[in-house]
Ligand binder design. Sequence first.
Ligand code: PSV
Ligand code: MN
Length: 394
Amino acid sequence: MAPAPLPALPENVARDLRQFTIEVPSWGYGNSGTRFKVFGTPGTPRDPFEKIADAAQTHAYTGAAPRVSLHYPWDKVEDFAALRSFAEEQGVRIGMINSNTFQDDEYKFGSLTHTDAAVRRRAIDHHLECLEVMRATGSHELKIWLADGTNYAGQDSIRRRQDHLAESLREIYAALHDGERMVLEYKFFEPAFYHTDVPDWGTSLLHCLALGEQAMVVLDTGHHAPGTNIEFIVAQLLRQNRLGAFDFNSRNYADDDLIVGSADPFQLFRILFEIVQQDAHRPASGVNFMLDQCHNLESKIQGQIRSVLNVQETLAKALLVDREALDDAQQRHDVLEAHGILMDAFWTDVRPALAALREEQGLPTDPFTAFRSSGYEEKVAAERVGGNQMGWGA
Ligand code: PSV
Ligand code: MN
């Protein structure tokens, strides 16, 4: 018997979904783990080119992941122009360049915030080098996350470190060209356990406001205390035009970096609903939606494809909210009707309609299963023998 026709999405929702893209992290395709164990997997990339080839699979099957973030120096290559061309041949391009001042011995007590001007100089110069990588790869965004902080009360001066941070960021910001952006990520703890120098959106925003319009906040969904209302932060940053980028992932306990939408799909829905209410899902908003995830146990490419689909499905639900009816219920203070309108959209099964949309775009209706049965993983496992598999931090 022929399958029943798939229900279609309203045209405005379909249009927004066709245009919506997600950036993937190069490090999501390498091995990762915990401080207890990093498991290897056959076929794991051995250099940044192989990471990009794998990332291109995510795009080929979903049609929604056309950019790959690099982490520098994890993804250092001799010829960045060649890496750029390789990415383009694979059908993707280079996205944000993530700086890294958290793995050198010199940064044990801080980088841009360090008491020693020579260490700060080194950290600033690293960021200037990242700007060169950006320009060589066709990227426009420098992403900064700092591991800076202290472990014990009294260990260092919180105030002095903020002053150093402001001064260091000013120098990096001054080196930006027109059309380039600096995005500053926050995280409330880890690796520092007492205080972190950019712990929250307020601190990030204050630095960005002091720097200028090319500085924006990055919100990583895993970087908040349990119970934090992340959608409120999203609404507030959008209201200030300072939400530059998202690092999507899921957490149960700390910065777990699990697949987005896996631990709490309803939270993802609430976040995306704030996004769509301010049209920030549209490319014109300039918000860069990115995955910042590690796949410790599951297949990496499959994990990335699953993540892209989770975001698409949840975005579709957020776009289906009857906003006129919601506004009306809100104005009448009909609390349960308003809540019910939101929940109706959340519980809608959008998967058949998304499959139809993909078919129309010439994509596999079920990208996850199509990739699993493509033979790519078996092929790279057979080909990629010898050399060192890349890992988080390699
Ligand atoms: C820090 O936990 C972080 O979220 C930053 O974005 C880093 O660059 C990234 O993780 C590395 O996985
Ligand atoms: Mn992050």
